[in-house]
Design a protein around this ligand. Structure first.
Ligand code: UD1
Length: 432
């Protein structure tokens, strides 16, 4: 397994181009299963999760073509997806265990073919993450669901039926899955307490471009009038707000200055406000954000994760790392996942001062310095928090289990080196 070596202490300065959003791209890919025509997605990030989703769709019978492309003068990938006729309606265990988001094939396959078998995703490092809301919503639309031998067996006679669904809690995954299913259902579906994350708006925009009839995009109530058939479309994936927020913290933690090119300020209001409250200068332009912490003394700030537009759980670990370099104490409260402080013991090994209370909150006290150490994390965003700590730590930090980072950060070392970080990948040659 590769490692990343960072020598801390450099002040980062320059521009970083923000890639297309992983969490938008994954459901967008699955939306292509709703039609027999071609769906083309541009500004796709080059990430292992995208490759994993592509492999699953190929297994279902989708023809995928990949093109090198330029979006906003930056190299990116364009993929076209065509599922003329699915050759399998099963998402096997080996695919789902590698990537939970494989569950996004459920809504589209059930809506188009009336049947889908999906290996039930297990828990993951950050929590139990059940699928009960996805399944009960599809049942309300007429699906019968059985769980047998670790698989969800979902089927429906003829067609899903529109329903008035009130989600018991805000779920990004359930909103996307049921939204896709509802586009081909008979009649009107109303989704109340829907998630409002920008990635859902991106999905709804593609679905409408494919001929769906969705209203209420960006609000907690989505109204979908089912249609008989969807057609092909071309769509540009929105910028990755979590990647942008992560590099904003890289600027702040090194007291540097980074312009996040292609970042969408409207998707990052709360995290940028936290940076401002801490004492960082943040300037929002139409398609970029300038984060300037040069010469700044930062003060700690309390954070509580919440569904969008609240503070994103996917930036909690990175901001926790930042608070270590601020004056005073900060309280970090995690309300979305039950096990999302797994980065804390590793940060403690680097000299951090953090007290975790139960599973839900942590008090972070600023420290004079962090010191480099070999560390590893159990999930994607926690791994980036360790990179951030390594950027300011004295000496060398080795971050193990780099495959987590490859799931969600395109060209990580290249982007950080471009703004002056001393960072390199150490290839694992244990097999050679
Ligand atoms: C998505 C994101 C993930 C982000 C999360 C919250 C993708 C691929 N992943 O995950 O990066 O951290 O949103 O913003 O986009 N829940 C249930 N039952 C369900 C569904 C969810 O109890 O049927 C719970 C979950 O365990 C969790 C909470 O609801 O506690 C929110 O989860 P959800 O919004 O569904 O997260 P994901 O879609 O899995």
């Amino acid at each position: 397994m590769d490692k990343i070596k960072i020598t801390g202490g450099k002040c980062l300065e320059g521009k970083i181009y923000i890639s297309g959003a992983k969490n938008a791209a994954l459901p967008l890919i699955c939306a292509s299963l709703l039609t027999d025509e071609t769906v083309t997605l541009t500004n796709m990030p080059m990430l292992s999760d995208i490759k994993a989703m592509n492999a699953l769709l190929e297994q279902l019978g989708t023809q995928i073509d990949e093109f090198d492309d330029f979006v906003d003068n930056h190299p990116s990938k364009t993929y076209s997806y065509r599922t003329k006729e699915a050759t399998s309606l099963t998402a096997p265990y080996d695919y789902v265990r590698k990537m939970r988001a494989s569950y996004y094939v459920l809504g589209p396959l059930l809506a188009r073919y009336g049947k889908c078998e999906l290996s039930l995703p297990g828990g993951c490092a950050i929590g139990a993450r059940p699928m009960d809301i996805h399944l009960s919503s599809l049942e309300q639309m007429g699906a019968s669901i059985e769980i047998k031998n670790g698989y969800i067996h979902a089927k429906v006679d003829k067609r899903l039926k529109g329903a008035h669904i009130i989600f018991p809690m805000v779920s990004v995954g359930a909103t996307c899955n049921v939204l896709m299913a509802a586009t081909l259902a008979e009649g009107r579906t109303v989704l109340e307490n829907a998630a409002k994350e920008p990635e859902i708006g991106d999905l709804a925009n593609l679905l409408n471009a494919m001929g769906a009839k969705i209203e209420g995009i960006g609000t907690a109530v989505l109204t979908i009038d089912g249609v008989d058939k969807l057609h092909g479309a071309k769509h540009k994936v929105i910028a990755d707000r979590i990647e942008a927020g992560s590099y904003a913290v890289a600027a702040a933690i090194t007291r540097g200055k980074i312009e996040l090119i292609n970042a969408l300020p409207s998707t990052l209001k709360r995290p940028m406000q936290v940076l401002r409250d801490m004492g960082v200068r943040v300037t929002e332009n139409e398609n970029s954000i300038l984060v300037d912490a040069k010469g700044c003394t930062l003060v700690g700030k309390d954070i509580m994760t919440e569904p969008f537009p609240g503070f994103p759980t996917d930036l909690q670990a990175q901001f926790l790392a930042l608070m270590l370099t601020a004056e005073g104490a900060s309280m970090i409260t995690e309300t979305i996942f039950e096990n999302r402080f797994m980065h804390v013991p590793e940060l403690l090994r680097m000299g951090a001062n953090i007290n975790v209370h139960g599973h839900a909150s942590a008090i972070v006290r600023g420290v004079k310095k962090l010191s480099g150490a070999p560390v590893m994390a159990t999930d994607l965003r926690a791994s980036f928090a360790l990179i951030l700590a390594g950027l300011v730590a004295e000496g060398e930090t080795i971050v193990n289990r780099v495959y987590h980072l490859d799931r969600g950060y395109e060209k990580l070392e290249e982007k950080l080196r471009g703004v002056g970080a001393q960072i390199e990948r150490i290839k694992d040659d244990s097999e050679g």
